[in-house]
Write a protein that binds this ligand. Structure first.
Ligand SMILES: Nc1nc2c(ncn2[C@@H]2O[C@H](COP(=O)(O)OP(=O)(O)OP(=O)(O)O)[C@@H](O)[C@H]2O)c(=O)[nH]1
Ligand SMILES: [Zn+2]
Length: 339
């Protein structure tokens, strides 16, 4: 940073471009001395970001520059900061750029929230936490999470909790044709389960989603003890549910590192924005059979060529169960299947 250099909003003013569309990040004026930061929390218009590496790593509070108001900044974003990036008490830096996102986990507008939202950026794994009992597993919710993961370009991981209460075999049979990786845990006796989970999370940015009561907070506390996520039923003091905050928070995993992003407010996803083609690319064995489909085929209609393709053995012996699974996921985009 050049000492004494004061930034004003003109530093981030966007030059008009010929087509009148929003310019790409790289076309904006460069803040040559901006520093890169990682967004770990969002709270009422203030962003908690991490700057620097190793021993230099420090939390900094930042606000967005005015020109960025139409773009949401979310947990997982990598951003460029100017201003006071010292992280000193009371200091406030400014976010002038959002770096290109590798992945975007989003949710369609729905009745309760009219805006399509990006929930998390740059995560590479979606950990779908489901209890085997208490509460009962909700396969439709799991399907919706799988679609959200495929749409976002993230790898799904099924994490089944409360294995002390029920066996996982029946539930897993539903997902076997999809080849989704899974882990089984019991928090009363984590045993190997926690080590396997740590290995699956190591070095990655993973988002945890799951319904209330599946044991997500218990898991986060085991993984990141200092996170101190509230567990249990109801807050004794307020009498309300624990997670009144709906914003996601990124928690750094101890050695060998990685991040878990807890999304307390996100129980499921509106998926109306999802294009079927973004799902079928995850079924390369079936995608090969879509050449004969009518244009714009939903792959879930009478004219779809996949039925013939599978009947002729084009997708091998598991073709039929794969096609059924694909269609189940395609239907999960339908709001009526919401759980
Ligand atoms: N039997 C059993 N109970 C568990 C297990 N894991 C968590 N629990 C219990 O399940 C309840 C809910 O756990 P939490 O970790 O608070 O669940 P959560 O998913 O964070 O729920 P929200 O905070 O509402 O999002 C608590 O009473 C836990 O003690 C497990 O493996 N087996
Ligand atoms: Zn088709």
């Amino acid at each position: 940073m050049t000492p004494g250099r004061d930034y004003d909003e003109s530093d981030v003013r966007i030059r008009p471009n010929r087509r009148g569309s929003r310019p790409r990040t790289k076309d904006r004026p460069a803040h040559l001395d901006a520093v890169s930061a990682f967004v770990v929390g969002v709270d009422r218009g203030r962003y908690r970001v991490l700057v620097g590496e190793g021993r230099d790593e420090r939390p900094v509070t930042a606000m967005r520059a005015r020109e960025l108001t139409r773009t949401s900044i979310v947990v997982g974003d990598r951003v460029d900061l100017v201003g006071d990036t010292s992280g000193a008490e009371g200091s406030l830096a400014r976010i002038v750029r959002i770096q290109d996102r590798a992945t975007v986990l989003r949710r369609t507008a729905d009745d309760t929230d009219p805006v399509e939202r990006v929930i998390v950026a740059n995560a590479d794994q979606l950990v779908i936490v489901t209890a085997l009992a208490d509460p009962e597993p909700r396969p439709r919710m799991v399907d919706r999470c799988l679609v959200a993961a495929y749409d976002a370009g993230m790898d799904p991981l099924l994490l089944l909790t409360k294995a002390d209460l029920a066996a996982p075999q029946d539930f897993l049979a539903t997902y076997a044709p999809l080849g989704v990786p899974h882990l089984v845990t019991t928090t009363t006796d984590f045993g190997q389960g926690l080590d396997d989970l740590r290995a699956a999370l190591a070095g990655r940015v993973s988002v945890l989603v799951g319904h209330s009561g599946v044991g997500k907070s218990t898991l986060v506390n085991a993984l990141v003890p200092e996170a101190d996520r509230a567990t249990g039923q109801v807050n004794d003091v307020t009498g309300r549910g624990r997670h009144t905050s709906t914003s996601a928070v990124a928690l750094e995993l101890p050695d060998p590192g990685g991040w878990v992003i807890d999304t307390p407010g996100v129980r499921s996803f509106g998926l109306a924005h999802v294009d079927p083609e973004r799902i079928i690319v995850h079924f390369p064995d079936l995608e090969a059979g879509t050449d004969g489909c009518p244009r714009g085929c939903s792959h879930d209609e009478a004219e779809c060529a996949l039925d013939d393709f599978v009947a002729r053995g084009g997708a091998g012996p598991s073709g039929l169960s794969r096609l059924e699974s694909l269609r189940r996921l395609l239907r999960a985009r339908n709001p009526q299947s919401s759980d």
